[in-house]
Ligand binder design. Structure first.
Ligand code: BTN
Length: 260
């Protein structure tokens, strides 16, 4: 991989590049207790055990993808840390869009989509020291130059290359992501929530003003997505007119006609 250029103060100032690892999230976890760990970025050329949300795996054998994890020691409360996944989604969407020149949307809370297909997934995990939050690890899998996917995901996955018809430089996307992430991260820490990031996020939120299906373990239902709260929950209006905040950990959200 070529050099990654980024004008940041702390985020991505140390980068660990591995040709192959099990999972960059797991690799980052191994560095949590090191001095100066905050801001470390782990990048892998391939992952042998790439992990997705809800215990799924993440296709990571192809050199065409970005597989990276950012290690943070955020000065915020544990309950605020879940908002960082939306901060990362906005930064990754902006970086991808800037480099590929085409619109990149966000499916709440943190999938990036292009023309209704998923181009990037984010897995945010926390490590604890006793009961205290020790670190937050934000793992990002962005489909950049691959043109094929495993059959289970082929119907709803895409890559920047498939969408634009050209190869993109992964280093530029990563450098841009780090700069944008640091900018929003600073704002997030100042505010303690997403209120100043919300307008940018909602502009690319593909669910906004759309009907969504809420896959609640207690029962599925349809609702109208209004946007997000400053805490990052999805705000929906139910058919009886009541408004409800949806918490990401508890439910999945789908479009009424499919994934988006
Ligand atoms: C999802 O299911 O949408 C989240 C996918 C996250 C994949 C990335 S690839 C880099 C990092 N390492 C992992 O094992 N997973 C994340």
């Amino acid at each position: 991989m070529n050099k990654i250029v980024c004008r940041t103060e702390k985020i991505g100032k140390r980068i660990l590049f591995l040709e192959e690892t099990d999972s960059t999230n797991l690799e980052a976890r191994r560095h949590v207790r090191e001095e100066g760990a905050h801001g470390l970025l782990v990048i892998a050329g391939r992952q042998t055990a790439g992990r997705g949300r809800r215990g799924r795996s993440w296709h990571s054998s192809s050199e065409g993808g970005i597989f990276m994890s950012l290690l943070l020691k955020p000065e915020c409360r544990t309950e605020q840390a879940s908002m960082l996944t939306l901060v990362a989604a906005e930064a990754a969407a902006e970086a991808a869009e800037e480099q590929c020149g085409q619109a990149v949307g966000i499916k709440w809370p943190n999938d990036l989509v292009m023309r209704g297909r998923k181009v990037c997934g984010i897995l945010t995990e926390m490590t604890l020291d006793g009961r205290e939050m020790e670190a937050v690890i934000i793992g990002i899998g962005l489909n950049v130059n691959m043109t094929e996917f495993p059959s289970e995901v082929a119907e709803r996955a895409t890559s920047l290359r498939l969408e634009t018809g050209r190869m993109l430089e992964k280093e530029k996307i990563i450098g841009s992501f780090l700069e944008k992430f640091e900018k929003y991260y600073t704002i997030f820490l100042e505010d303690g929530d997403l209120k100043r990031i919300r307008p940018a996020y909602e502009q690319r939120l593909v669910n906004k003003d759309e009907k969504v299906r809420i896959l609640d373990p207690g029962g599925e239902y349809e609702a109208h997505a209004l946007g997000i709260t400053p805490g990052g929950q999805l705000l929906v209006k139910r058919e009886d007119g009541s408004e409800q905040e949806i918490f990401a950990g508890e439910v999945s959200v789908r479009g009424v006609y499919g994934y988006v």
